[in-house]
Design a binder for this molecule. Sequence first.
Ligand code: A2P
Length: 344
Amino acid sequence: MDGCSIAIVGATGAVGSVFLHLLEERNFPARSIRLCASERSWGKKMKVSDRDLIVEPATPQLFQETDIVFVSAGSDTSRDITPIAVDQGAVVIDNSSAFRAKPDVPLVVPEINGEDLTQHAGVIAVPNCSTAPLVMVLNPLNHMTSIQRVIASTYQSVSGTGAAAMEELRSQVQVGSADSLPTPTVYPHQIAFNVIPHVESFQENGYTSEEMKMVNETRKILHLPDLQVSATCVRVPVMVGHSEAVNIEFNEPVDLQKVREVLSAAPGIKVVDDPLRNSYPMPLDAEGIDDVLVGRIRQDTSNPNGVVLWIASDNLRKGAALNAIQIAEQLLSRNLLGKLTGRV
Ligand code: A2P
């Protein structure tokens, strides 16, 4: 096939704009690119590589002419649009949580479980933006020595909520004084100069849905249904880049030097761990790069089988758009596109 035809639903959003940038950066073999967004953006012109493209509605006709549809427009939109696109013979790579838990939907981080793509039935899910970097670190370590338990606390940037949240933080920082701040509309509290231990909605068990995504998605991607995982997800006033403090409990003591070697050799990971020179992963350094940064690697003082480390990664890249494009690249290289319709 001489390149493929793609559509991006959510092209005007926080993930969508990184997506367009990555298509060019990775020289993705797109024969044609269609951009879709909500009604308010229809007709808007956007520059992609050297082409001027017009934002259009996501219609069955458009999907019929498309091989791969990237959807990054929230779960409700995904739920509405994805079945229509699949009916029209397109393969959907969905960035939302709408289909991640479904047994017939592969949830894929290509460096880990690209093999699961062979099972797709038209929809492939991209993991949550905190789960993706976590499993990138856990997977090579689990191959070294079995992991039994993981405790993760996240420090998630506002871009994970989308363009409106970035604007809310920007405007609150500009106003500066708590007295004159406008009432927040995206978050339940002021996010500037604050942290909010509340990402997505609270469940009956006291965890949030974001926290339970980290539990369930980690198990699914690693094919470890019994792995013990607990997460606390926190929103912080950072524009781009999610960080995580992670305690990993192995089934026996592990050598820290070996942990560093294994992580250094793993694809998509960069070890940044020279604390005496003030060198450790930070979101400002993770922004705009593909690698997941990991550092502060140390023994857990409370557990002889435990290791503690710190991760920072670009949530719009490995946590979303990059992982989605890597999935598309694997679909192409494994010849898994159009297998449902014989369109290849
Ligand atoms: P729009 O910009 O027209 O509202 P973010 O995550 O940054 O909030 O972006 C969400 C993206 O999803 C935007 O591109 C938004 O378009 C798009 N979007 C929202 N609702 C729909 C919909 N019903 N159909 C297609 N795109 C949608």
